[in-house]
Design a binder for this molecule. Structure first.
Ligand code: GUN
Ligand code: ZN
Length: 436
C-alpha cells in the first residue's frame, strides 16, 4: 500500500539547473502551494488549487498555511563527537584541539556514552532543520557504528566515516594505519550505500596522520570508488606551519593531500581559508569541494574565507556548521555569519545564494542533487516547515518586508532553530525526535 500525503503552504526552492550564479532567477516561489509526497518521494508540486484536483480521494492534506516550506538543509561539515565541547573558551585551533576536543572525543570509545551523545547530536541536527550532513565521528569505530545506526533508524541521508588519526597529541586516542584500514573497510562494507548512508574516508587532518596512514586513506579511496573523502585544510596559520614542518617535501598544505591522491569530486575540504592561487587552481582542476565554516572560523579566530577567490576559481562550495568549533547547529545562523564574513572583506553574499548553498547548492557539492536539494518530482522528500513569525522581532521585521528576498534575508539574519516548526525526513515528520 503506497502512502500519499499532501502539504499545503508557501513553497520556495531552487530549480534543478540553478547554480551559484543564476540562483536569483532559477528558483520557484509558490504562494499557497502544495507538494504531494508518495512513499517518501516528491510526487507533484504546484499551486494548491491545481494540485488538489489531482489528489486521489481521501488523501490527507496537511495544512501549513502561512508557513514556508523549503527543502531540508545541508550541513557539509560537522563533528558528532564535539557537542559537549561547543562554546569552550579561549584557544585557537591546535590548543583548542588538545585542551578540549581530544579529551571529549575519547569518551566515544564507550558505546553507551556514544549512543546517548550521538542521539542528542542527530536530534539537534533535525531540530535545526538539517536533514543531510557530512559528519566526523571520533577515532573509535564504535562512534561511527552508532551514528550510522541512528541515521539508519531515522532514514537520514548522512555521510560519515571513522576519523583516522595516529600521531601528534598526548591528549588523544589513536588508531594505527593497520586498524584505520581494517576498521574503515569493515564500516564501508557494512554501511556504505545502505538506505541513505554513505561512507567518507576521514583522515582528521595532515598533522595527525603519518604518511603511512595517508597512504591507507588513498588506498581505501581507490578500492571503493563511490566513497567520499573528508578532511580539514588550511584553517589556521600555525597549523599550516606545522604541516610544513611535518611534511618538509611539500610545497603547500594541499600538496600533502594531493600527493596521496586524496583530491577529487567527492573530496570535501573544510575551512580552506589560507590558500595560495596554486592551491585554488588545483582544487578547481580536481573538482574538489571547499566547505566554508564561518561560525567556527570566527570563534577560533582562524581567518576569513575568501569568497572572491572561491568565485574567481569557480570552486564547488558548501556551508558547514563545524560544531563544536562552530557555535550553532543552525544553517540559518551559519549563513548569517557567512554574510558577515563576506561583508568584512567588502563583499556581498546575496540572500538567495545563501539559501542555494543551504539546499540545492549543498546537495550539488555533495554530489547528491539527483536525490535531494529541491522539490523536483521523484526526489527524496526532506523538507522544513518554517515559521516566519517565530519571534516578536522577526515577525515585526517581516511585516514591512516587501519582497520574498527581503523576507528570506531577515529570516537568515534573525532566525535560528525557533524558525523550524517541523522537519520531514523522507516524508516522515521527525517531531517525535525534535520536541522534548
Ligand atoms: N582540524 C583538525 N581537527 C579539527 C576539528 O575537530 N575541528 C576543527 N575546526 N578543525 C580541525
Ligand atoms: Zn571540523
Amino acid at each position: 500500500m503506497q502512502e500519499i500525503k499532501a502539504y499545503k503552504g508557501d513553497i520556495f526552492h531552487f530549480l534543478d539547473d540553478a547554480d551559484a550564479e543564476n540562483c536569483n532567477s532559477k528558483n520557484q516561489y509558490i504562494e499557497n502551494g502544495m507538494i504531494v509526497v508518495e512513499d517518501g518521494l516528491i510526487k507533484s508540486i504546484g499551486t494548491s488549487n491545481e494540485i488538489i484536483k489531482t489528489l486521489p480521494k481521501g488523501t490527507e492534506v496537511i495544512d501549513y498555511r502561512d508557513s514556508l516550506i523549503v527543502p531540508g538543509f545541508v550541513d557539509a561539515h560537522i563533528h558528532s563527537v564535539q557537542t559537549e565541547s561547543i562554546a569552550s573558551y579561549g584557544e585557537q585551533l591546535l590548543d583548542w584541539l588538545n585542551g578540549y576536543i581530544f579529551p571529549t572525543e575519547k569518551k566515544f570509545k564507550d558505546r553507551n556514552y556514544a549512543e546517548k551523545a550521538t542521539r542528542f547530536f542527530v536530534n539537534e541536527l533535525l531540530r535545526n532543520g538539517t536533514t543531510t550532513a557530512a559528519i566526523f565521528p571520533s577515532v573509535h569505530a564504535v562512534s561511527t557504528e552508532v551514528l550510522f545506526e541512528i541515521g539508519f533508524e531515522y532514514n537520514m541521508r548522512l555521510i560519515a566515516g571513522k576519523t583516522m588519526m595516529n600521531r601528534n597529541s598526548v591528549e588523544a586516542d589513536f588508531d594505527t594505519p593497520e586498524t584505520a584500514y581494517s576498521e574503515s573497510r569493515q564500516l564501508i562494507e557494512k554501511w556504505h550505500g545502505k538506505r541513505r548512508l554513505s561512507y567518507a574516508v576521514t583522515p582528521r587532518f595532515a598533522p595527525t596522520s603519518s604518511e603511512e596512514q595517508l597512504n591507507v586513506a588513498s588506498l581505501l579511496k581507490k578500492e571503493f570508488p563511490g566513497v567520499y573523502v573528508q578532511t580539514h585544510l588550511a584553517e589556521n596559520k600555525k597549523e599550516i606551519e606545522y604541516v610544513k614542518k611535518l611534511f618538509p617535501w611539500s610545497k603547500s598544505y594541499l600538496e600533502v593531500y594531493d600527493h596521496f591522491d586524496l583530491l577529487g569530486d567527492r573530496s570535501l575540504f573544510a575551512h580552506s581559508i589560507h590558500l595560495t592561487d596554486n592551491e585554488y587552481q588545483r582544487i578547481r582542476e580536481t573538482n574538489s569541494v571547499v566547505v566554508h565554516c564561518p561560525t567556527s572560523n570566527l570563534f577560533l579566530g582562524s581567518g576569513l574565507f575568501d569568497f572572491k577567490k572561491a568565485n574567481e576559481f569557480n570552486l564547488r562550495m558548501a556551508l558547514g556548521s563545524d560544531v563544536g568549533a562552530g557555535t550553532s547547529f543552525s544553517m540559518l545562523r551559519t549563513a548569517d555569519e557567512a554574510y558577515k564574513v563576506a561583508a568584512l572583506q567588502g563583499e556581498k553574499l546575496p540572500p538567495l545564494k545563501s539559501y542555494y548553498l543551504m539546499t540545492l547548492g549543498g546537495a550539488k557539492a555533495l554530489s547528491l542533487s539527483d536525490k535531494i536539494g529541491n522539490f523536483s518530482i521523484g526526489k527524496e522528500a526532506d523538507f522544513n516547515i518554517i515559521n516566519l513569525n517565530c519571534t516578536p522581532l522577526l515577525e515585526y521585521r517581516i511585516r514591512t518586508a516587501k519582497t520574498l528576498e527581503e523576507k528570506l534575508f531577515a529570516l537568515m539574519i534573525l532566525g535560528d532553530d525557533r524558525a523550524i516548526s517541523e522537519t520531514y525526513v523522507l516524508g516522515k515528520s521527525m517531531k517525535g525526535f525534535t520536541k522534548a
